[in-house]
Design a protein around this ligand. Structure first.
Ligand code: ACM
Length: 517
């Protein structure tokens, strides 16, 4: 009997005797919304099978894999599912399509790993071990952030990344779309954001050094997603039960936008799209006209992204220009604020009110706590967990994304010299697996404010999709188990044993993962 090696580990797995065999005679039985899940499952396994299992509405005498929506499983929630494999049939049941989709992802992983290959595989018996699985995710926010600003990532890779998230039952793709080094989303009302802001003339070579002259590559870099591209990505993600959460950075990390529209900044002289890494001093001014500009941008963003949460950044906004700008100082006085921190808080509160009025929820990095947290804000805790603890214990929802466990741009091997250049830090696979979103300091009383956790891929030192995969995997597999599997079922040794099989799946998909050490 083949061993069951599902990643992330399900809540409950009871192996049985024998196996079900998929053959060209097998049918998928499903109707209504379940038929859409069945059709996607059939398409996912068709290349390796060499044939597409037909989706039919009713059972006949052929061996069947049934996907069924049933109110009887309402207690498993929107994303939970039940799976029964016997020698004569396979039955996946859930109360909602998302749960059925996750059942299908588990079915893919019950099949031999060769099922993930992209061409017909010869000589493999397509068996599913008999088993009973009941599975419910631990957290509702199971995310992965991709920075496409420091290096533009082609749409084809964004789609592939979403596929890989869905395979791991991750359900939020946090798309970091604007930063100092590039503005990557078309905004119809302000075309210069991409005409100018999506392109930089060159890029820093090697790591940012503070004590020696910077060296640049002389190679222009850029790119952006049209609104048609964005709609395509959002629809693709939706079909895989992944929510795309866009991030539009403000008031900091704004240099590319200010390069496009200098009136958004604080200086008299123009700036160019940033060509090196670090924290730019060029932040948005807090004039009414700039707030209106950004709300216009958000209007187009809201049209494109149906997600409940909209990320407005808020991190790393140096206040130097506000301190030195007579206009910013006048604004602080006019608004009756104490200092620059309170001006940032005012800025974010304005966005919070705007998004709330439109039925959405503002999300920001933990710096939005400085100067006072906006009323309806949700906090993404990145500088460790302190911001998340402070926000959760004051009654705000939080997403845990601490740089101590979830920054997958950090080194993953102790032997740095053997690794491609990375931003620094050290988060080996075991540390990624040890992440606990309901950390010390939150306690039972506030645990419900922890929506979940998320892995980050900042791309200062990641110029190509293959390298992005190398940094993300297998640490994202570990993160997936942290946010999906019940805490008491987490077991690193067991994870490693399953991962050995799982990496064969990633081989089939040609994922350029970091080898196990
Ligand atoms: C961050 O890493 N600046 C959120």
């Amino acid at each position: 009997m083949s061993k069951i090696s599902i990643v992330p580990a399900p809540s409950r797995v009871e192996p049985g005797e024998g196996m079900f065999v998929v053959t060209p005679d097998t049918v998928l039985v499903a109707s209504g919304p379940a038929a859409e899940v069945a059709a996607l499952f059939a398409a996912q396994i068709a290349p390796a099978l060499g044939y597409t299992l037909p989706v039919v509405a009713a059972v006949d005498e052929r061996p069947a894999i049934t996907l069924m929506l049933t109110e009887g499983l309402i207690h498993l929630g929107v994303e939970g599912y039940h799976l029964t494999v016997t020698p004569s049939s396979v039955t996946a049941r859930a109360s909602q399509p998302a749960g059925l989709f996750y059942a299908a992802q588990s079915l893919r992983q019950l099949l031999p790993p060769e099922i993930f290959r992209s061409e017909a595989v010869e000589g493999v018996a397509w068996t599913l071990p008999c088993v009973e699985v009941e599975d419910v995710p631990r957290f509702r926010w199971r995310g992965a952030m991709l920075d496409v600003c420091r290096y533009f990532m082609p749409k084809s890779f964004v789609l592939r990344y979403i596929d890989l998230l869905a395979l791991h039952k991750l359900n939020v793709f946090h798309w970091h779309l604007t930063n100092d080094q590039g503005w990557r989303i078309e905004i119809k009302k302000y075309p210069r954001l991409t005409e100018v802001g999506a392109w930089r003339k060159e890029t820093l070579v090697g790591r940012l050094q503070y004590d020696s002259e910077l060296v640049f590559d002389g190679i222009p870099h850029g790119g952006f997603y049209t609104q048609d591209d964005v709609r395509e990505v959002v629809a693709y993600a939706q079909a895989r039960h992944v929510t795309v959460v866009p991030e539009i950075e403000m008031p900091g990390h704004a240099q590319a936008a200010i390069a496009a529209y200098p009136e958004l900044g604080n200086l008299a002289e123009p700036v160019e799209v940033c060509t090196y890494w670090g924290i730019s001093e060029n932040i948005f001014n807090a004039e009414e006209s700039t707030i209106a500009f950004l709300q216009d941008v958000l209007d187009e963003v809201l049209e494109l992204f149906p997600s409940e949460f909209i990320h407005v950044g808020g991190d790393e906004a140096p206040k130097k220009q506000w301190r030195e700008s007579p206009a910013a100082q006048a604004r602080i006085r006019e608004l009756g604020l104490r200092d620059e921190d309170e001006l940032q808080s005012y800025f974010i509160r304005r966005m919070d009110a705007y998004l709330t009025a439109k039925g959405r929820r503002l999300l920001g990095w933990d710096e939005i706590l400085e100067g006072g947290l906006a009323e309806n804000a949700t906090v993404m805790s990145w500088r460790g967990v302190a911001g998340g603890v402070a926000a959760a214990t004051s009654g705000h929802d939080v997403v845990m994304a601490p740089n101590t466990y979830t920054y997958f741009d950090y080194y993953q091997s102790a032997d740095r010299d053997a690794e491609p250049l990375a931003i620094g830090g050290y988060i080996p696979l075991e540390a990624a697996y040890a992440f606990e979103p309901v950390c010390e300091g939150i306690g039972d009383a506030y645990a419900h404010h922890v929506l979940g956790g998320q892995g980050q891929l900042w791309t200062e030192y990641i110029a190509a999709p293959e390298h992005a995969e190398y940094m993300a995997f297998p640490r994202l597999c570990a993160l997936a188990e942290v946010v999906w599997t019940p805490a008491e079922r987490r077991d690193y040794a067991d994870f490693l044993a399953r991962l050995a099989v799982h990496l064969q799946r990633l081989d089939g998909l040609n994922v350029h993962y970091h080898p196990l050490e």
